[in-house]
Design a protein around this ligand. Structure first.
Ligand SMILES: NC(=O)C1=CN([C@@H]2O[C@H](COP(=O)(O)OP(=O)(O)OC[C@H]3O[C@@H](n4cnc5c(N)ncnc54)[C@H](OP(=O)(O)O)[C@@H]3O)[C@@H](O)[C@H]2O)C=CC1
Ligand SMILES: O=C1O[C@H](COP(=O)(O)O)[C@@H](O)[C@H](O)[C@H]1O
Length: 478
């Protein structure tokens, strides 16, 4: 297999892709013979590239590197091909490098193309892959595409149409790194393999589902992108909706087709929002000044690169309804934002409580990151005072040796397993659901609530749940 990495000199390659490839190699999960060809504009030699890869792995790998001989073998697989991806005539030398490696190392003609570049280049690269012959193989070819997948519904459709000229749907692996998080991958098994949970994973037993992805960091150096995207495109259209799908799908057997089908069904049942209804169901927020870990931090509007008087959303909370037999009448609440109190991604499932006045409701909390675990809140009699009190049964994963999201995702693509990648139908349905929100924001039909940095978002997001008689189950209330 030849792994052709466009954007090999970039940030994502350095922080995520090279360390993931190294860990797969160390775990014996790379194919028997493989070559990795990096592409970028910089005029690097193979040696410069190999040193860069080595440094990246040393800096960012979850594994402590103490095995020089394995590292040497790993680095020998790397070649660099300088190329401006917009110039068709430069692809010939890339093809030659790929073919030479295939010949020298007797590598079967299987090619995995990874586009870790700005979306504006995706069209040029895929059509040049076709024209140059890089995409003509005796074995298989696959394409991994990074987010963002479009800027709105129209651009996502256009992008998909362009990609489909070179790659079939079965050959496309759209990355959503939340689908690589071990606990998100675990959701399917958690419900499927526990008849106890399967029996109650529906509207008869569940009153609401809350999915939170809060971050402590602000916009950092990404204002150029983020000020145009906002939390709605950056997190909701992809990661948050993928977590809704993974939580709400009803699996009856394991396998990629089933997972993608069930996720699609969830999205098809998601009640569409009309532009006029957005304000009643979606809270738009932007961080103001505040404190993070005791240190003052600036408001979003004063961050470098943010446009003056920007109305960009750095926080979104929303209420979703899945109008199918399993979930009709159960609100799904999602919430995500930057500069919040804690870094945490968590799903809380609250169960019905017929004894509501006397006992706390049962709750299942699934911690996705940074800690990974599951806890179930039950009621028990305290022998000291004979009072019924909530107790928690906890399982925490030992994160030390757990593969990172990019390892799991790359391993999936290497095996040709699309289970934890976003199928086009899911992406399109997600954009369809989000588009009225984008329109309502554009037309300023939704108030922008400022929230204090270091808080859990604007007060309005608490009111959203209060309207239904619920409250956000933050960490201390778990
Ligand atoms: N960084 C991250 O954490 C994440 C990134 N992503 C996505 O991954 C993609 C890459 O991001 P990131 O690595 O951060 O971006 P960077 O800006 O760090 O890297 C961009 C890469 O593209 C290459 N490139 C740019 N123009 C050309 C060109 N004309 N011809 C050939 N190569 C070119 C650059 O090579 P050179 O400079 O040598 O020309 C560089 O390797 C983006 O789509 C981003 O949205 C997604 C999730 C997280
Ligand atoms: O895709 C993105 O995700 C990160 C958050 O990812 P996590 O794995 O740290 O939870 C977010 O910071 C970034 O803005 C977004 O582009």
């Amino acid at each position: 297999m030849t792994f052709v990495l466009f954007g090999a000199t970039g940030d994502l390659a350095k922080r995520k892709i090279f360390p993931a490839l190294y860990n797969l190699f160390m775990d014996g999960k790379m194919p028997d013979s493989f070559s990795i060809v990096g592409v970028g504009r910089r005029e690097w030699s193979d040696q410069t590239f190999q040193s860069h890869v080595e440094e990246s792995v040393h800096t960012f790998s979850r594994r402590i590197i103490n095995d020089a001989s394995n590292m040497k073998t790993f680095l020998q697989a790397f070649r660099y091909s300088p190329l401006d991806v917009t110039k068709s005539d430069e692809y010939q030398s890339l093809l030659e490098t790929v073919q030479q490696q295939e010949k020298n190392l007797s590598i079967p003609e299987n090619r995995l193309f990874y586009l870790s570049v700005s979306p504006e280049f995706v069209d040029a690269i895929t059509s040049n892959i076709k024209q140059s012959g890089l995409g003509t193989v005796k074995g298989w070819k696959r394409l991994i595409v990074e987010k963002p997948f479009g800027h709105d519904l129209t651009s996502a459709r256009e992008l998909n149409e362009k990609l489909s000229r070179t790659f079939e749907e079965e050959e496309m692996y759209r990355i959503d790194h939340y689908l690589g998080k071990p606990m998100v991958q675990n959701l399917e098994s958690l419900v499927y393999t526990n008849p106890l949970l399967r029996a109650i994973w529906n509207k008869d037993h569940i009153v609401n589902v809350q999915i939170t992805a809060s971050e402590v960091v602000g916009v950092e150096e990404r204002a150029g992108y983020y000020d145009r995207a906002g939390a709605i495109r950056d997190m909701v259209q992809n990661h948050m909706l993928q977590m809704v799908m993974m939580t709400a799908m009803q699996i009856s057997k394991k396998g990629a087709e089933e997972v993608n089908d069930e996720k699609r069904k969830v999205m098809e049942s998601l009640r569409p929002l009309q532009k006029e209804d957005v304000a009643a169901n979606v809270i738009r927020g932007q961080y103001g000044p505040g404190e993070i870990k005791g240190e003052p931090v600036t408001a979003y509007e004063n961050e470098p690169g943010v446009s003056p008087s920007s109305k960009n959303d750095t926080f979104i909370a929303a209420r979703l309804w899945i109008d199918n037999d399993f979930w009709a009448g159960v609100p799904f609440y999602i919430r995500t934002g930057k500069r919040m109190q804690e870094k945490s991604t968590r799903i809380v499932v609250e169960f019905k409580n017929p004894l509501s006045a006397e006992t706390a409701p049962n709750r299942l909390t699934i911690d996705i990151s940074p800690s990974e675990g599951v806890s179930l809140q039950l009621n028990m009699k305290n022998p000291l005072n004979n009072q019924i009190e909530p107790v928690s049964i906890d399982f925490s994963a030992n994160a030390k040796d757990v593969p990172e999201a990019y390892e799991l995702l790359l391993f999936g693509a290497l095996r040709g397993d699309p289970t934890f990648f976003a199928h086009w139908k899911e992406v399109e349905l997600s954009w369809e659901w989000v588009q009225p929100i984008l329109d309502a924001f554009e037309e300023d039909l939704v108030p922008l609530h400022l929230y204090r940095s270091g808080s859990m978002g604007p007060e309005a997001s608490y009111q959203l749940l209060q309207e239904d008689g619920f409250k956000w189950l933050d960490h201390e209330q778990k």
